[in-house]
Write a protein that binds this ligand. Structure first.
Ligand code: NAD
Ligand code: ZN
Length: 329
């Protein structure tokens, strides 16, 4: 069983004891993205070799996306691959990271650049563990849930906004709505991924809000949570879609209203200059040539550019205009 030092006492140790996992077989990493490295992969696989795990072993990953990605990669490579059971403990991991089979580690050249596709043998998500999450970690998941709703349908968006009050804080972890939120979002992510496992096209629509979101994350020197950056990114990209005539007028206000309902700000908490963000859109791995690539929507539930793999280039001048307008508030 692999977990991190925050999740170990709260959830992993009790689970290990229930399952009869010996103390020494609970491997603990330091919390945070900094642990998603080849060095940690080596430390974990060495620990497994030292303990004599064979081809008949399996890895149980208990934690957020960092644990899931790293432990998944350990499982993908250990003895050329052993099963992994994902037990996600953040909302983001439950509805996003644990579904889809992507595992891996970060490198000096960028995030997630060394990894493997390795589907979990099972994913076990118990929303009640979300009760111990810090508020912002829950919001990270809510930003991705909003993205899922926006790319899917007005029904999904209506449900999410209508139940916002029952899912916006960790104190609501045991609400019926929180359980349904997880189920609805797993259905969306699994639906997209199962139709496009290797990111040939369809899966790219999951990048909505992320070209700008990643640029804001970099501009804020990773001092802003991913979900907060994606929240701003979805609004800016909705405006880009309106400005280029891709989206129907009124789409951006719909996104803004949904962000408000979920307590997600559409202006960055850390001031980030529009010109810096614009320049950083080219650092994104989705960039092709001199124009960055975007996964835009015509409207709620209507991803654009189906014929070019749900991804289209946008002129820097439009991006600069949208950023100048949106980041000013
Ligand atoms: N594989 C994929 O398809 C995919 C998709 C999206 C994101 N990711 C990856 O997921 C990672 C982000 O995942 P994350 O947002 O879950 O971050 P995380 O794993 O860093 O967890 C966030 C924080 O919450 C703590 N935590 C986790 N569960 C807890 C709980 N129940 N109670 C209290 N604290 C808890 C963790 O210790 C950590 O400090 C990134 O590395 C990202 O690249 C992967
Ligand atoms: Zn994301």
């Amino acid at each position: 069983m692999i977990t991190d030092a925050n999740v170990a006492p709260l959830h992993a140790a009790p689970l290990a004891s229930t399952l009869g996992v010996p103390d020494g077989d609970l491997l603990v990493i330091a919390p945070g993205e900094a642990s998603k490295t080849r060095a940690e992969w080596a430390r974990l696989t060495d620990a497994m070799l030292d303990r004599g795990f064979g081809r008949d072993s399996a890895v149980v990953a208990v934690g957020g996306g960092v644990v899931g990605d790293l432990a998944g990669f350990v499982a993908a490579t250990y003895m050329r691959g052993v099963p992994v059971i994902q037990v996600p403990t953040t909302l983001l991991a439950m509805i996003d990271a644990a579904v889809g089979g992507k595992t891996g580690v970060d490198t000096h050249a960028g995030k997630n650049l060394v990894g493997a596709f390795h589907h979990p043998a099972a994913v076990v998500a118990d929303p009640s563990v979300l009760g111990t999450l810090p508020e912002w970690e829950l919001r990270n998941g809510l930003a991705e849930a909003l993205k899922h709703a926006l790319i899917t349908s007005r029904d999904e968006l209506g449900w999410l906004v209508g139940h916002a009050g029952e899912v916006v804080t960790p104190a609501k972890a045991t609400s019926a709505a929180m359980g349904e939120l997880v189920v609805r979002n797993v259905r969306v992510k699994a639906g997209v991924v199962s139709r496009d496992e290797r990111e040939g096209g369809l899966r790219k629509m999951l990048n909505f809000g992320h070209t700008i979101g990643h640029a804001i994350e970099a501009a804020a020197a990773y001092g802003m949570p991913h979900g907060a950056c994606v929240a701003v990114g979805m609004y800016v990209e909705a405006r880009i879609a309106e400005m280029t005539g891709v989206a129907r007028a009124g789409f951006a206000p719909t996104v803004a209203a949904a962000l408000d309902a979920l307590g997600l700000a559409r202006v960055p908490a850390v001031p980030v200059p529009a010109a810096v963000v614009a320049a950083l859109t080219h650092g994104d791995k989705k960039a092709r040539g001199s124009r960055a690539e975007y996964a835009l929507l015509h409207d709620v539930g209507e991803p654009a550019a189906a014929d070019s793999g749900y991804s289209m280039p946008v002129d820097d001048s439009v991006v600069a205009r949208a950023l100048a307008e949106c980041l000013a508030g």
